[in-house]
Design a protein around this ligand. Sequence first.
Ligand code: PMP
Ligand code: GLN
Length: 391
Amino acid sequence: MVKGMARHAERLNGIPATIFTKMSALAVRTGAVNLGQGFPDADGPPAVVEAAVRALRNGANQYAPGIGTPDLRAAIAAHQQRHYGIALDPDHEVVVTTGATEGIAAALLGLVNPGDEVIVLEPYYDSYLAMIRMAGGVRRPVTLRAPDFRLDEEALRASVNAHTKVMLINSPHNPTGSVLTREELQIIADIAIEHDLVVITDEVYEHLTFDGAQHIPLATLPGMFERTLTLSSAGKMFSFTGWKIGWASGPSELVDAVLGAKQWLSFSSGSPLQPAIAHALDHEAGFYDELATSLKEQRDQLCAGLAELDVDVRVPEGTYFVTTDVRRLGWADGMEFCLALPERAGVVAIPAQAFYDDLDEGRHMVRWAFCKDPALIADGLARLQGADLRA
Ligand code: PMP
Ligand code: GLN
């Protein structure tokens, strides 16, 4: 054992290093085209950057209130009202987090007791695994099965037991690109109400849907607001992933649980960035509509190129991602495929097995990101098409 490893707390056992760090480092080291980690090539609106610069120059440089600045909380509440008709009290039903990542962490630390079970949709975002474990909880995956990646009502019902405390769902869904329909959300709502569960819903890709797929916040279903904690992030909404400004909203009881944990994680989130994101929410709604339009074109470009490679492609309804099955290329293991890819083709993708317990479903799945410059996608596809990708 490496000397340092012996000093790790037991709570880190069984939590792998995040696959995103590993694969982005591989891209940098090999000079490969990075179609792996989901960050956009193009920054968000210049006016929002200017608002942050103004805030920096005008003295927004000391701690913000832990719950978030009043202007940002008001803008988040106004956004939920405007888009979804959800009425929030910005003083008690909204908390600003350091990215949705902290929202996930604080929600799980604030709501899950040791031994509580947490249902997650599989493939699951990797921080869910880490934070359920750090909270002492037990994850109970319900698989969205290829090729359609739809919710399986029977499997969801079968996963609930006396220890279930929370369902943690994600729509639009990373990495499959599925957007849960009203019928699927109603199944989740019925089960949550029947078993008195809390639902944490990760909606960071809420505005990034295509072809008329409609994002419906779970909190808008009858009887659900009072048991639903909704997470989102300016990273995805405004293409500022490095700013790490996110938020949680819902009934004060659930928001208090997030704040109770968040105050000991980061205490508060970046002061000069909060007024800038408030400005973005109030004035830059056009940005995410245009982003969704350009992402759709990039999705079509990437999916068409991947389809020529003899991999199974299911065109996603939302997010930055398309997930493919690489078995027709002769690869049983997507991790081996992804580790060979930089040398074979000069491209990096993400082995989606990192997001599965059920390896029979996930071992051969590979995720590709299309939140990239079309010229970069074209370069990546040309490299893939010119390479020998057979196992
Ligand atoms: N949830 C999902 C589903 C994600 O894909 C991501 C990554 N952006 C996050 C949460 C984390 O969001 P943030 O970057 O705001 O911490
Ligand atoms: N959410 C991004 C993705 O899925 C990456 C975020 C991260 O690296 N933690 O690729």
